[in-house]
Design a protein around this ligand. Structure first.
Ligand code: SF4
Length: 462
């Protein structure tokens, strides 16, 4: 078993027995579940909207090279700069180069999973550059020294009391502040950061090819401030975020809002198309977009799992997943958690180290059911399992167990041998890894042949 798999198993075992955690997560997901049906009312045909979105993403991904080149030429025409990064190291090196050129001491950044993927905050810290998370949830997580718990709501696992305690310990505020008071404390702290930061970093929800723009969706206005105050704006975005046209936003913005939080449309939706132009009074004087591959072209190369690149990171599949709701976002040990994380992490970072995530699923299909862009998530989990088995990555014990199972299942003679008690003991012993956390397998008291004979009066063949 890989180290990641052992850690995953240990963390999941602890978390799934933590009733306090389960209560908090279910409470927050409960609020989400109440909001989503209201958001969906804005669509005349929700299913058709999802189908259309899937088709748009299909077209974008099938023509990814052309779409990205179109974006680059349209964006650079207005003075923006595009950097192509094959991996995290290249992205970080480019960011550091820009920081050095700007003599940067502090960065303000908005929530971005890609910056988590490349561990940007840690990297900047190692180079004595302060990187401040300005999204409230991310700010809370940064104060607590934890990565985001959820791709949309980073501090979903914390109650308001937990946050009040954290602020008391880290910021020395009174211990029992209300959510409103806590927000005002965070606002006061963060507002002071924008005017002094040399660089603002954001992610992007969409890369728009035909206008050469990026679109950023948020509820707090912090991404706008991060992009507008500092003289330099750096956008880091995965290459799969492309959509062909500005007009596609009329479909994707409401879908993202409804499936992300149950809103009809998110509070702030910004489109950035380059640095400040002549005659404009505000905005950054320089704007960079770093297009990050970091394993995405490996997924593109796989005709089956390619579909996972359609993801718009709405988080709906996490909220619907019985595994995620019990083990929580941190047990996965990867940047992307939940069903989509279990599909893409093994593809992005290697099946050998991460295939266990694809096994941690009941295959109930709830994720596929709720996906905003209709990705067949549970089938992709099966595909990862298939690819892992085909690549010979199963352990010797697992291979042997399945071989025995197959041999016995295909032989009526073996199935008819021994009584229920002996068979239960043998099988549950052989599959003890399986039965450690599940009820044991229980054979019927009578074999199929015996039952058939009793029913029909004739014997079934071996
Ligand atoms: S896979 Fe689908 S449901 Fe999950 S985050 Fe992506 S778009 Fe949302």
């Amino acid at each position: 078993m890989s180290e990641n798999a052992s850690t995953f198993k240990a963390k999941s075992t602890i978390k799934s027995a933590d009733l306090d955690h389960r209560f908090k997560v279910n409470f927050n997901i409960g609020k989400y579940n109440n909001a989503v049906p209201l958001g969906k009312l804005q669509f005349r045909d929700t299913d058709l909207a999802r189908e259309r979105a899937k088709n748009v993403k299909w077209r974008a991904i099938e023509t990814l090279d052309q779409q990205l080149e179109d974006f680059e030429s349209n964006f650079t025409r207005r003075g923006g700069k595009v950097i192509w990064a094959e991996d995290a190291e290249q992205a970080l090196a480019s960011i550091l180069e820009i920081c050095k050129a700007k003599n940067c001491k502090s960065v303000v950044k908005s929530k971005s999973m890609v910056t988590e993927e490349i561990h940007l905050n840690k990297f900047l810290g190692e180079h004595n550059i302060e990187s401040v998370e300005t999204d409230l949830g991310e700010y809370i997580q940064q104060l607590d020294g934890e990565p985001p718990y959820h791709i949309v709501t980073p501090a979903m696992h914390k109650s308001k009391e937990d946050v009040a305690k954290l602020f008391y310990e880290k910021l020395h505020t009174p211990p029992n502040l209300t959510p409103q008071q806590l927000t005002l404390v965070a606002r006061e702290k963060l507002r002071a950061k924008y005017p002094v930061a040399e660089i603002g970093v954001t992610g992007a929800n969409f890369i728009i090819a035909d206008t050469g723009s990026i679109a950023v969706t948020e509820n707090e206005g912090n991404a706008r401030l991060s992009a507008a105050f500092p003289k330099t704006h750096i956008v880091i975005v995965g290459i799969e975020k492309v959509i062909p046209s500005l007009s596609d936003l009329s479909l994707f913005w409401p879908l993202l809002a409804t499936y992300g939080t149950g809103q009809k449309v998110t509070v702030y939706n910004s489109i950035f198309s380059g640095p400040r132009q002549a005659g404009e009074t505000d905005g950054p004087t320089e704007m960079y977009v770093i297009l990050l591959d970091n394993g995405r072209t490996n997924i593109l190369d796989n005709p089956v799992t390619r579909e996972s690149l359609y993801c718009i990171r709405c988080g709906a599949c996490l909220n619907a997943c019985p595994v995620y709701k019990n083990i929580g976002g941190h047990a996965y040990g990867s940047t992307y958690s939940g069903p989509i994380g279990s599909v893409i992490t093994p593809q992005l970072s290697g099946l050998k180290e991460w295939k266990h995530l694809s096994n941690a699923s009941s295959l109930c299909g709830n994720c596929t059911e709720v996906c905003a862009v209709k990705i067949n998530l549970h089938e992709l989990l099966l595909e990862n399992r298939y690819e892992a088995a085909e690549s010979g990555l199963a352990s010797t014990g697992e291979k042997l167990a399945w071989k025995l199972w197959k041999t016995a299942s295909l032989s009526r003679k073996m199935m008819n041998t021994g009584n229920k008690k002996i068979k239960n003991w043998m099988v549950n012993k052989a599959f003890s890894g399986w039965t450690a956390h599940r009820s044991g397998l229980d054979f019927a008291a009578k074999t199929f042949n015996q039952q058939w004979k009793e029913k029909t009066g004739s014997g079934a063949s071996d």
